[in-house]
Design a protein around this ligand. Structure first.
Ligand SMILES: [Zn+2]
Length: 339
């Protein structure tokens, strides 16, 4: 089984499929503290989160860890002046990034909001920090409220999500089988929410942010959500891909996902590959080969034209295996499947 959150959620939680991995939470499916049998029926038994035993992922053996004295976050060097802030104890395995310039720092995503990411950021830099989100799914904006400077994309989805999410929409993210280890002190399944935040600057495609000696450009790549972006450091050849690409099952079935837009956006990213030196994705592992974007463009085209067959999970999703990653779609949108 391909690990992380997403496939785990699909395989194990079935009806709760829309809760995890940042997708639009389904209001009636927020209780993953129950197991599911192979055909997708919820039972009363709580399953052990065996995905925990599969951590750490092998990729981390190649990276250098930075000690930040945190029980919740791990920090890893992911590039020149780039720190990956990873949350391995929660099934999303989300990764936020601190990007350092000479005068400012940019925090690309703020994680789950389960533990205060601002405390870790303060241990890593004294520079003023601006938050930019890869998109507004709950696992990327959880700590936005901790920061005074937040760039938001000019979309209704972004504005709507800045209002936060109530406990019943997000509580499944901190249920026992979504976790590998205890919650931070003071956080409970009943208390967890996505706090609302204030957008202090609105951006559109091509917006640049000068950190001093380092300029980052926002590329609007709608598809996974209407407000999905990639962040480009053209000089270093770094591209942060958010949830549009990571090594794992890529979720493309939420109501706010637009497959046509995603196809166009991935074609745009694939064109950048000759100038890229690394990808910095938002889940599982923090560094990937840029060639994956070519593979993703081609795999997605093969999904759409029916030449790449998917496998039905039994829980309403179809998974298309593309090697280093897979594409996960809703059955009613999936072009070709095999039993
Ligand atoms: Zn997402």
């Amino acid at each position: 089984m391909v690990r992380r959150s997403c496939t785990f959620a699909v395989a194990v939680l079935g009806a709760a499929i829309l809760v995890g991995c940042g997708a639009e939470p389904a209001s009636d499916a927020t209780q993953p503290a129950a197991s599911i049998d192979p055909v997708g029926e919820v039972s009363d038994d709580v399953i052990a989160p065996d995905w925990c035993a599969q951590l750490p992922r092998a990729k981390y053996a190649e990276l250098d860890r930075v000690d930040v004295d945190s029980d919740w976050f791990e920090v890893w060097e992911a590039g020149d002046g780039v720190l990956a802030i990873y949350e391995p104890k929660q099934w999303q395995e989300v990764i936020s990034y601190l990007v350092l310039g000479d005068e400012r720092a940019l925090l690309f995503d703020t994680g789950m909001g389960i533990a205060p990411i601002s405390e870790v950021v303060a241990r890593l830099t004294e520079l003023p920090v601006t938050v930019v989100n890869s998109h507004s799914h709950l696992d990327h904006v959880g700590g936005n409220a901790e920061f005074e400077s937040v760039v938001g994309m000019d979309t209704n989805f972004t504005r709507e999500r800045s209002g936060g999410l109530a406990n019943e929409r997000v509580r499944g993210e901190v249920a026992p089988d979504a976790l590998c280890g205890p919650l931070p002190e003071g956080v409970t399944t009943d208390s967890y929410v996505t706090r609302p935040w204030t957008i202090t600057e609105v951006a559109t495609d091509g917006h640049t942010i000068d950190l001093g000696g380092r300029v980052l450009e926002i590329l609007q790549i709608p598809g996974h959500t209407p407000d999905a972006i990639a962040l480009l450091d053209a000089e270093a050849g770094y591209l942060w891909t958010g949830d549009s690409f990571y090594e794992g099952p890529i979720w493309l079935f939420a109501p706010e996902t637009d497959l046509d837009a995603y196809e166009a956006s991935m074609a745009r990213l694939a064109d950048l590959v000759p100038d890229l030196t690394r990808l910095l994705p938002a889940h599982n592992t923090p560094v990937a080969d840029p060639v994956r974007l070519i593979e993703l463009r081609d795999a997605f085209a093969a999904v759409l034209n029916g030449t790449l067959e998917g496998t039905t999970s039994g829980s309403g999703a179809v998974e298309y295996d593309a090697g280093a990653f897979s594409i996960l779609m809703a059955a009613d949108a999936a072009p070709a499947t095999r039993p």
